[in-house]
Ligand binder design. Structure first.
Ligand code: ZN
Length: 135
């Protein structure tokens, strides 16, 4: 057994096992295609690292708001990557902008400090509400 971790897709696998190598190839290709379509897609290690670095900036009110918002966008990207991974990098997945708008405006859910959140909603306004016809 020889364990290897791919730096491109973050998959850890037994490089001596043909089964593992094949599983890795399938996954690596899916991640690569997703990157081409969706832009930055983080591996799980990258997601954890990004969140660890970005959260203190987001929450520190002494930091310039521009940088706090930028850090919040990094966290959004990490969550997006995680949702995308959960769907096996389905190419029919929403693009980041659309996903972020829906994600940020879930009812009763505001995870970022309000001044950061206000800035984010300018970039990612609520999805247009579909008016239901009554009667
Ligand atoms: Zn890989």
């Amino acid at each position: 057994m020889y364990f290897e971790k791919c730096s491109q897709c973050g998959f850890q696998f037994d490089a001596d096992s043909p089964f593992d190598r094949k599983a890795h190839r399938v996954r690596c290709r899916a991640v690569e295609k997703a990157r081409k379509k969706f832009g930055l897609v983080m591996t799980s290690d990258e997601r954890e690292q990004a969140k660890k670095e970005a959260w203190p900036t987001v929450e520190d009110s002494s930091v310039d708001l521009y940088d706090r918002v930028k850090a919040a966008k990094t966290i959004l990207r990490a969550w997006y990557s995680s949702d995308l991974a959960a769907c096996n990098w389905d190419l029919k997945f929403d693009k980041f902008q659309k996903w972020a708008r829906a994600f940020l405006h879930r009812e009763g859910w505001q995870v970022f400090p309000s001044e950061v959140w206000r800035q984010l909603t300018k970039t990612y306004p609520p999805p247009r509400l579909i008016k239901k016809r009554v009667g």
